[in-house]
Ligand binder design. Structure first.
Ligand SMILES: CC(C)(COP(=O)(O)OP(=O)(O)OC[C@H]1O[C@@H](n2cnc3c(N)ncnc32)[C@H](O)[C@@H]1OP(=O)(O)O)[C@@H](O)C(=O)NCCC(=O)NCCS
Length: 160
């Protein structure tokens, strides 16, 4: 919650006029905030990855940015990996995202991070404003038990 103002400011700087306004971020945070990742640089927000979970085990990366003064140092790649980790921990198995084909740095980053193109909308952002649709299948958490039924005797505190 404390980072929402900084996230809204970075949104506005990077994505205006299509930036999420503060109140939209506030509402999204209530629903999906447990999956969000913020790069904390000595108390300042250096970047963020915003994820929204769908009704199945699918999720969307709906926002990603690194502050201009910290770009090119691996933060974007790290934010994606942390977002993927929070999705797998939440038992989600697929992560989609939208990117403008003209956004070379983001497209390179996503493809280097294991996303592949599965679709193209000619006028997603408006006439002459296409998007590429990318997806990454998420590996299951290695330590996740295959049998999720819990053993009462194993998990109850001693004596209960
Ligand atoms: C896209 C963005 C998040 C990348 O963050 P970053 O911290 O600079 O990226 P990283 O340093 O982790 O770079 C990882 C990879 O991304 C790609 N990349 C990053 N910057 C790039 C650039 N200027 N040109 C080409 N590729 C680039 C490269 O593949 C890079 O791997 P490499 O270093 O091995 O070559 C950042 O540039 C940004 O915030 N841009 C503005 C907002 C935006 O466009 N967000 C995405 C919306 S879909």
């Amino acid at each position: 919650m404390d980072d929402l103002t900084a996230i809204a400011e970075m949104e506005s700087r990077e994505f205006s006029p299509l930036a999420y306004p503060y109140f939209v971020l506030r509402q999204l945070f209530d629903i999906h905030g447990a999956l969000w990742v913020v790069a904390d640089l000595a108390g300042a927000v250096g970047g963020y990855a915003l994820v929204a979970a769908g009704q199945t085990q699918e999720a969307w990366l709906i926002g990603l940015a690194v502050s201009s003064s910290h770009q090119g140092r691996g933060l974007g790649r790290s934010l994606i990996e942390q977002a993927v980790a929070s999705c797998t921990a939440a038992d989600l198995d697929t992560l989609f995202l939208t990117v403008r084909p003209s956004n070379t740095s983001a497209t390179n980053l996503y493809k280097a991070s294991g996303f592949r193109g599965i679709g193209y909308d000619e006028k997603y952002f408006g006439v002459g404003e296409p998007r590429e649709l990318l997806v990454r299948r998420l590996a299951p958490v290695a330590s996740r038990p295959t049998n999720l039924r819990w053993d009462k005797n194993e998990f109850l505190p001693p004596g209960e």
